[in-house]
Design a protein around this ligand. Sequence first.
Ligand code: GLP
Length: 242
Amino acid sequence: MKFEVMTTDQIAARIADLLEEQLKQKPDSVLGMTTGSSPIKYGIFQEWIRREEAGELDFAGATFVNPDELIGIAPDHPESYYTFMQEHLFQHLRTKRGAAHIPDGSAADLEQECKRFDQVLRDLQFVDWQLMGLGLNGHIAFIEPADSIPVTTYVADIYEQNRPSGSVHFSTPEEVPSRTITIGLEAVMKSRSIVLVAAGANKADIVAEAFQGPVTTRVPASLLQLHPNVTVILDEGSAKRL
Ligand code: GLP
């Protein structure tokens, strides 16, 4: 694994540089996206939008894939990851992407939906360049800590602290999604390169545990120690225990 430590205001430019290199090498790259607060907090998507406008990033040949989605809400629900991606990235890109894939958390047959999504991934030959965040409990995508982790796309229970409970868009606690569709280990391990961003002092413990501790499914991000091409982008706060 490669670690890069920088100030938080350097994160967006560094990630955009890495993406630019990727798209120069392979204009028809399959780009794996992430949700969470980091892409917004550190201006990651905004920098892509700016560089596209400036003619420095060209998404014309790219395909976007998201690794997870909340179960029980429609794609157009304000809290869905589909909506998140539209609002924060896709609707601002000049290149209107027909090709953006995300699991459907409102599918009637979830097992079938997992299979469909795996087929999409296989047809794309998996992801070339995966942007990732890091959950405070060590999750990546929505692969939550567990005794074992499925190989293919699956339905996972969301840890209580990771449910979007603070949202004004759910009127009762029961409406808050408690499950997610997420990619499994095959899709993580077959991503040709992974750029993981974890910044902020509150991530220092999990960063140390995941990347210097034992490899265990109880800390899903630790499995990235087995991946041959991971770049971890940190700030001084999150790197302080390494
Ligand atoms: C959500 C996403 C994860 C992401 C995580 C990190 O749970 N499903 O894929 O890694 O948030 O969030 P943040 O960037 O807010 O720390």
